[in-house]
Design a protein around this ligand. Structure first.
Ligand code: ZN
Length: 134
């Protein structure tokens, strides 16, 4: 893995949280994107070299809706950038980590993504992401 690509924060109301985090960072969100297949609306902030992703559920069955129901709003996942997501999934599976996605999916922000099962990583939900080169 190369570096932390972003930190994901689950929120109930992305418009309200956009205003809140814009005030906090002194910087507006640079991108909003809905990923219907994942049931999420996302909003991205650049903070120096780091990115923060806000996530709001688009329907009651969304993983974000379930997360907020169980744990409330807050840090949802940490995403790590990788060069070759298939190779990284294979390496981690080989090491005995359980993947939620055994093959990459299309995520927000021009990325291919895969999540690890948080039970295998001390309760931390980890996302792998690889930039799609155009
Ligand atoms: Zn993410």
């Amino acid at each position: 893995m190369k570096k932390i690509e972003h930190i994901g924060i689950a929120v109930k109301d992305i418009q309200a949280s956009n205003a809140l985090f814009a005030d906090l960072f002194g910087e507006e969100s640079y991108k909003m994107e809905t990923v219907e297949s994942e049931g999420v609306s996302t909003s991205f902030f650049q903070v120096g070299p780091n990115k923060i992703e806000l996530l709001e559920a688009t329907n009651p069955d969304s993983p974000i809706a379930k997360f907020i129901e169980k744990k409330g709003e807050g840090i949802h996942h940490i995403a790590f950038e990788v060069d070759d997501i298939e190779a990284e999934i294979a390496r981690l599976t080989e090491k005995g980590f359980k993947m939620i996605h055994t093959a990459p999916k299309k995520g927000a922000d021009n990325k291919r993504i895969a999540f690890l099962h948080p039970k295998a990583t001390n309760g931390v939900l980890i996302e792998l992401c690889q930039e799609i080169k155009s």
